[in-house]
Design a protein around this ligand. Structure first.
Ligand code: TTP
Ligand code: MG
Length: 346
């Protein structure tokens, strides 16, 4: 039986701000945009004190201001949150190198091989993070990623939820379908139309019916997920043979030319880097993060490994072209992987 742990920091951006300005602790704090609630922009996150007023992520800042005019509004300081995030990930890696980094404030760990009990691992992680950063987190532990992620969200903040196969029925089935990974507002609405609101109701629906409505693979996914089945392994990203560069823009970028030029420059650096180390690359991955933190990656694998900047650039542009640019861009990055040692004659 696997033991997968999911950790998610509590009110992350707001908690980091409260840590460096202790006078804010316990006050309604809203992080978003330039920090000016009279200007356009959306809420990145709100402290738990601010959530009591109905403020939540992705809400327009102006709406948040109407709900709670006396809240403290602060701009997003992504550099600082990234720094704290790295510190946290380093702590997690002390527990196991089998870590999947899924976002700025969350990660999966495979703790199957650790000698400690699940409760002890969770307590030790919480203690280390608290000591090092002053921040709190919530943890879910389960036989797979799907259930661990649901678990970390069940008792926020400072939660610990351990889910076993035996308590799927009482812990998971009463929850709304939205809690399942990969179920967004569209699927939620479709399911609602079929009279399905909870995960339990989904579990009681015939697999064939789900496949009929949602197609072979997604239908099967929904069926398995509702039963708490998930065999996916952790994507550890631990690939020594890869080279990547990314840039966070000073100001979010709308101009495609700027993105393209930045991508070319980043690619050039990675190509130099692999060439210097004597490698050719087969796969190019482009990452784009929009100002609302939606992050997309697209990859292209070439028929054979190459060191040609031009070939790799074409592949990178193809990837960029597959990401629909419908908002300003905060960050762009590129990675070369599938590296092969360059032979003397190539
Ligand atoms: P979350 O983990 O979703 O939220 P949170 O950590 O603020 O609160 P919770 O205690 O419920 O986990 O997201 C992590 C950070 O990502 C969050 O602090 C800010 C950022 N973020 C956005 O910028 N926009 C968004 O829409 C969301 C959901 C998060
Ligand atoms: Mg969080």
């Amino acid at each position: 039986m696997r033991r997968i742990l999911h950790i998610d920091m509590d009110a992350f951006f707001a908690a980091v701000e409260e840590k460096r300005r202790p006078e804010l602790e316990g006050m309604p704090v809203v992080i978003g945009g330039s920090g000016d609630p009279t200007k356009r922009g959306v809420v990145s996150t709100a402290s738990y004190a601010a959530r009591k007023f109905g403020i939540h992520s992705a809400m327009p800042l102006r709406t948040a201001y109407k709900l709670c005019p006396h809240a403290v509004f602060l701009p997003v300081d992504y550099e600082e949150y990234s720094r704290v995030s790295r510190e946290i990930k380093d702590i997690l890696r002390e527990f196991t190198v089998v870590m999947e980094d899924v976002g700025i404030d969350e990660a999966f760990l495979d703790i199957s091989e650790l000698a400690m009990s699940s409760e002890d691992v969770a307590a030790a992680i919480k203690k280390r993070i608290k000591e090092a950063t002053g921040l709190t987190c919530s943890i879910g532990i389960a036989p797979n990623k799907l259930l661990a992620k649901i678990g970390s969200d069940l008792q926020k903040p400072e939660g610990l939820t351990i889910i076993t196969e035996r308590n799927i029925k009482d812990r998971i089935w009463p929850l709304p379908v939205r809690k399942l990974w990969g179920v967004g507002p569209k699927t939620e609405a479709n399911l609602k139309g079929m009279g399905i609101g909870t995960i339990g109701q989904l579990a009681a629906t015939a697999k064939e019916l789900l496949i009929e409505h949602f197609g072979e693979s997604y239908g099967k996914y929904l069926h398995d997920a509702s039963q708490g089945i998930d065999d996916s392994s952790l994507v550890t990203h631990w690939e020594p043979k890869s080279s990547s560069r990314e840039t966070t823009f000073e100001a979010d970028v709308a101009d495609w030319q700027v993105l393209a030029r930045t991508l070319v420059a980043l690619l050039r650096e990675t190509v130099h880097d692999i060439r210097e180390r004597g490698y050719l690359a087969r796969t190019v991955t482009v990452k784009v993060r929009f100002r609302d933190f939606r992050t997309y990656t697209r990859a292209k694998t070439l028929p054979e490994a190459t060191g040609s900047e031009e070939t790799l650039r074409k592949a990178a542009f193809e990837c960029l072209g597959r990401i629909r640019q419908n908002d300003r861009v905060r960050l762009i990055g590129v990675r070369l992987s599938g590296l092969e040692k360059k032979k003397d004659d190539s």
